[in-house]
Ligand binder design. Structure first.
Ligand code: UGA
Length: 433
């Protein structure tokens, strides 16, 4: 099937390449010229394992083409995916829908045939209805159907999550064609047994927001327990392991530590609270404010812990920060807990050196005043404390004896509880979490 993907960021570029992999003919629309040029040359402008190979293959074969023109988009196909960003509004909790709105405003007046617009971006409940009404106003003597088909991919596993999702969700208005089209688009995965849930648009929008809110809640739950463990001298990791054996609870997303960041969970729970407020249901989600608070306290606590291991003051201390991406297997530093901690420690008078296997360029852009090292060991040189804040495999495999040779003091803080405490202690390190 021919289709267009509007917006080629983390979500759109992955979706476009994966749709080509499923055998479709795809046109990707990217309005930023530099990104567009890179993608058209078969290069991915961000780090996502497996995506460069997939993208290059389908650009080379011609199954995937890239353009910056909405006129090209309108010409190319009758099925359009919206995959543009919905960031948090500056100074507010709610989502900034300007890019989603712009996609409709620019595309629909150019359409000359009936079309289906499938939203993938994470949007506040009610957005599909509003866009559908706006599309009706803008459409010239044609039918433009809007339906919502939320995306659940994780960065770092984006290709696999798109090609082998846990479920496909579609929210469609009565009388539309979206179900038939989506059954065709996702035919291979549906026939492989992937659950296909067809519902109405508000439900589909809320499936996505509820999933992210639940994941965020799970992480903050275990981090709240970690706070109690700190006070009681108990081991939160052992608690997560033990309660995780209960299939109703499950061990996944119970890793205590520095908490969640990134371009999704933090802004999605805030947008969810804001939308519930607009709908008069604010009280239902007040617990999400606490989820957010627990999460942000992890960052402050990490700064305090660093000050404590440095003898009560960070002034003039050298701190090595290993990891700046919001999670491993990603170069994304949007709302990265690690970089946030690095910035706070620097503000308290320490000299901070950061190393991350993939996120150096993005980190430099966001925090140009931090120092950056070429390797983990270089970052640790003469350090008074070493903080592991993103659980990259490279850090898990560090040799504590080798690291001890370059630091000034053997103070380790394992911000992701990912290292082997015994190995580090045996090598003479003070190990804190
Ligand atoms: C998240 C969801 O997991 C995806 O299902 C969703 O599609 C995506 O948001 C989105 O809305 O687009 P992602 O932001 O890529 O995906 O990352 P996660 O793997 O969810 O991790 C989020 C944060 O939680 C990271 O900072 C990670 O370090 C942290 N985390 C995760 C923990 O602190 N503890 C855990 O146990 C798990």
């Amino acid at each position: 099937m021919r289709m267009v993907v509007l917006g080629l960021g983390y979500l759109g570029a992955t979706h476009a390449a994966c749709m080509a992999e499923l055998g479709h003919e795809v046109l990707g629309i990217e309005v930023v010229p530099e990104k567009r040029a890179q993608l058209a040359a078969g290069e991915v402008p961000f780090y996502e394992p497996g995506l460069p190979e997939l993208l290059k293959r389908h650009i080379d074969s011609g199954a995937l083409t890239v353009s910056g023109s909405y006129a090209d988009a309108a010409d190319f196909a009758d099925v359009f995916f919206i995959a543009v960003g919905t960031p948090q509004k500056k100074g507010e909790y709610s989502a900034d829908l300007r890019y989603v709105d712009a996609a409709i405003e620019e595309l629909v007046p150019l359409l000359t045939r009936d079309a289906l617009i499938l939203g993938k971006s994470t949007v506040p409940v009610g957005t599909a209805r509003r866009l559908s009404e706006r599309a009706d106003e803008l459409a010239k003597d044609i039918d433009v159907e809007v339906a919502w088909n939320p995306e659940f991919l994780r960065e770092g596993f984006a290709v696999d999550d798109t090609l082998h999702p846990d479920r496909v969700v579609l929210g469609t208005f009565p009388g539309g064609n979206a179900e038939v089209v989506c059954r065709e688009i996702y035919k291979s995965m549906i026939s492989d047994g992937t659950p296909f849930i067809v519902t109405d648009p508000p439900t589909a929008e809320l499936v996505k927001t509820s999933a992210n809110a639940f994941l965020a809640t799970k992480i903050s739950f275990i981090n709240a327990i970690a706070e109690v463990c700190d006070a009681a001298g108990a081991d939160v990791k052992a608690i997560a392991d033990a309660i995780g054996y209960d299939a109703r609870i499950g061990r996944k997303f119970l890793n205590a530590g520095l908490g969640f960041g990134g371009g999704c969970l933090p802004k999605d729970i805030r947008a969810f609270m804001a939308r519930a407020g607009e709908l008069g249901a604010a009280e239902a989600l007040t617990f999400l404010r606490e989820v957010d608070n627990v999460n942000m306290r992890r960052r402050t606590r990490m700064v305090e812990l660093t000050r404590e291991v440095c003898g009560g003051s960070l002034l003039g201390k050298r701190i090595a920060i290993l990891g700046s991406a919001f999670k491993p297997e990603s170069d994304d530093v949007r709302d990265s807990p690690a970089l946030n901690v690095a910035g706070q420690i620097q503000l308290q008078g320490a000299s901070v050196t950061v190393f991350d296997p993939k996120a150096m360029d993005n980190s430099r852009k966001l925090f140009p005043t931090l120092d950056y090292a070429a390797t983990a060991l270089e970052a640790c040189e003469a350090a008074d404390a070493v903080l592991v804040l993103t659980e990259w495999k490279e850090f898990i495999q560090l040799d504590p004896v080798e690291v001890a040779k370059v630091t000034r003091t053997q103070n380790l803080i394992d911000g992701r509880m990912c290292l082997d405490p015994l190995a580090w202690k045996r090598a003479g390190w003070s190990y804190r979490v």
